[in-house]
Design a protein around this ligand. Structure first.
Ligand code: AMP
Ligand code: ZN
Length: 480
């Protein structure tokens, strides 16, 4: 098992990951709000979470990985209720919300598959945890940390001396704020934030001791995480914008209830910008993965572009950047093909003195894992791989590699691909394509788009694959 070090937003230093239960790392990741297609900024954060998980796994840890789906909050309610009459009953309102979130959950899963993001161990939906949320708010109330006002319940921030330690708030210098109803707000004053929102006409609701209402956004993640992981969590992640107030408030809620430290490591991914600017629909620089695919961009090229940048550096998305990523990928894949093909001619590099491929691979391997274990330093890890490629290409020009030497190099390429998921062995890349098509077909069938489902089946057949629909709803496949 390798030691892994990660920047911790709580301590502002690079700390070793020391799981509470030796060998098992419990990770909670704030997931998407499923009311629309994820944009490429969101996807950057999910790719950083995937990088973290794959690195932990490759370093020998068991990983319990949770990514929640936010399926009730202000924007979801706004969009799902817009076409309903004022007279609509609660069942209709909940149903409309579910229909919208079901639709975008499916699209989100498609994006994850296309990007090679591994499915989490747990993917809880907030609306399945309403009783846990209510119990958590009740617990805070009984500890004097929460109070009710007009059917809503707020967290009493002044009762928690540590409030603000994640975001490093200067509590002394801040003015006392009021009770805020919105989930997002600035850090200019100390505000009592909302835990439970009292019923408003036109909104879906659940029953509670404070009357009908619905959860605030922050309580959702605390309740799901405590329910799934218990009192201690090793790592909690999200995009950098979530540090305040979302994660600060999660700490207040969970630690307020537990009475002790909850999360060891807070890890945040930096933002994606588009051509140097914040992405926004009004600027016309807002992209989803679909938009990129329509422009002919392979999702794995986007994956590689993101993963080749350090997760704690802002990533400036440009189409030129994607072309550069594609060229780098071609280099790695071309190298892999030559290593797989015993009869292929050597590379075109300048001849250097004879080298020992085993020693070179070992050096690259050491550098690769040292870099990843040091705060997921992917640029340095890739540099180690490219140095190896350059060295072997030069050597291979004049001296044929032995089959065992090629196989040692291929083993290392497999190892590196367990992180980057971008240069698989050919048959594995077929696997990935078939899996994506099977998911797309499942979705088409669920939506009763039979013609589309048949079209996808034909496409799969063109790849030389036969599908078999099993009785339990699963699908198996084999080559013709
Ligand atoms: P949401 O779907 O809005 O709940 O956001 C899902 C995740 O995307 C959160 O972890 C956000 O921090 C993250 N996120 C939002 N915008 C960006 C961006 N431009 N770049 C990187 N991550 C982002
Ligand atoms: Zn969250």
């Amino acid at each position: 098992m390798r030691s892994i070090f990660l920047f911790n937003t709580l301590t502002r230093s690079i700390d070793q990951v020391i799981p509470n239960e030796p060998g098992v790392v419990k990770v909670y990741n704030c997931g998407p709000t499923i009311y629309n297609f994820a944009h490429i900024g969101n996807l950057r954060t999910f790719l950083f979470q995937d990088l973290l998980r794959r690195t932990l796994l490759a370093c020998g840890y068991d990983v319990v990985f949770c990514m929640n789906l936010t399926d009730v909050e202000d924007k979801i309610i706004r969009d799902s209720q817009a076409d309903l009459p004022q007279s609509a009953d609660n069942e209709t309102r909940l149903g409309a919300m579910r229909a919208l979130t079901d639709k975008y959950e499916k699209h989100f899963l498609e994006d994850m598959t296309a990007l090679g993001i591994q499915m989490p161990t747990h993917m809880p939906r907030a609306t399945d945890y309403i009783p846990q949320m209510i119990r958590l708010v009740e617990g805070l109330e009984s500890k004097g940390l929460a109070y009710e006002r007009d059917g809503s319940v707020y967290f009493r921030v002044s009762e928690l001396p540590d409030y603000g330690s994640l975001a490093h708030l200067d509590r002394e210098g801040m003015k006392q704020g009021s009770s805020v109803d919105s989930d997002e707000y600035d850090r200019d004053s100390l505000n009592d934030f909302v835990l439970w929102k009292g019923y408003k006409p036109g909104e879906p609701w659940w029953e509670s001791k404070w009357g009908n209402g619905r959860p605030g956004w922050h309580i959702e993640c605390s309740a799901m995480s405590l329910d799934l992981f218990g009192e201690y969590l090793d790592i909690h992640t999200g995009g950098i914008d979530l540090v305040f107030p979302h994660h600060e408030n999660e700490i207040a809620q969970s630690e307020g209830l537990l009475g002790h430290k909850w999360v060891n490591h807070w890890v945040h991914g930096e933002f994606l910008l588009v051509e140097g600017e914040k992405m926004s629909k009004s600027l016309g620089n807002f992209y989803t993965l679909r938009d990129l695919r329509e422009k002919g961009i392979d999702p794995i090229v986007f994956r590689y572009a993101i993963q080749s940048n350090h997760y704690r550096k802002a990533y400036n998305f440009t189409f030129d950047g994607l072309s550069a990523a594609e060229a780098s990928l071609k280099r790695i894949r071309g190298f892999r093909r030559r290593m797989e093909d015993q009869s292929a001619p050597g590379g075109g590099g300048e001849f250097k003195e004879s080298i020992d491929p085993y020693i070179r691979v070992e050096k690259a391997r050491q550098e690769f894992w040292d870099a990843l274990c040091d705060d997921l330093n992917t640029p340095e890890a890739l540099a180690a791989l490219f140095t190896l490629i350059t060295d072997i290409n030069a050597q291979d020009d004049r001296i044929l590699l032995l089959p065992d030497e090629r196989s040692a190099i291929l083993d290392f390429l497999d190892e590196t691909d367990s992180i980057f998921a971008a240069w698989p062995h050919e048959s594995r890349s077929l696997d990935q394509e078939v899996k994506e098509l099977i998911t797309a077909r499942k979705i088409a069938k669920a939506n009763k788009e039979w013609a589309e489902a048949d079209k996808i089946r034909e496409k799969i057949k063109d790849l030389g694959i036969v599908l078999e629909d099993r009785k339990d709803g699963s699908v198996s496949w084999h080559k013709i």
